[in-house]
Design a binder for this molecule. Sequence first.
Ligand code: SAM
Length: 267
Amino acid sequence: MNEFRARKRFGQNFLTDKRVIAALVAEIAPQQSDQVVEIGPGLGALSYALLPHLAQLEVIELDRDLAAALREKSTPGLIVYEADALQFDFSSLSTKMKCLRVVGNLPYNISTPLIFHVLSFAKQLRDMHFMLQKEVVDRLVAAPGSKAYGRLSVMVQYACQVECLLAIPPTAFHPVPKVNSAFVRLIPYQKPPHFAQDFQLFSAIVKQSFGQRRKTLRNVLRETVSLADFNAAHIDPGLRAEQLSVADFVRLSNNLGDSTCGKDSVR
Ligand code: SAM
């Protein structure tokens, strides 16, 4: 398997630095009874380092050859699903609340949709530990007003506590990627500190606001939010999306009047 040719289309950059792998395992701090699922085990660099600490490890791998190679080894405790993590029903792994721990050195080409997909199972999740392109981690932790702050920051920070744990250099991988990486921990809130009464509406407002992030909210939300709604939420309509905090977006969506023209259009 050492001669395995990495497939670019699957975002394959395999972890090879043993010290980095040990540092990731230390941050995850796996316990025997934990229910851990890994996205994209690849050649198993992280999987085989996690397994001695766990009763079992479930892994989801899209690449047929890699999934077959992992299965062939018949490693006790390793359960291999050959599947697309973007389509995977994580709730099928656990009916218990706040139980699943999701980890992975994610394929960078699909990391944002993957984060959104995994987050849709937040009720089942205890935490997530992801290796991501550093630029994506910057967006996850970004504060309002910064260049990196956007829809991903708002949606992830709405649902989770986010902590950047480690910066990882390109030399920790083979093939060596052109970008820097970082390891991040996401812990879903039991109940978000700022609670959107209508999550779909909140999500749609955030999406629409950042769709044209250089425009003022008055202009970009013209069809959705009336000036009375802005007033009720104490939001200046002359601001741009990047200037609003998570709490501001929640207040805006919670204060949309019933008569709001075009409200349905953002749902
Ligand atoms: N965990 C390994 C490591 O750290 O060495 C591999 C990480 S590599 C960056 C990403 C892995 O995700 C690859 O094994 C790739 O085949 C797999 N992958 C890519 N797209 C996937 C998807 N949609 N669902 C599941 N696995 C995927």
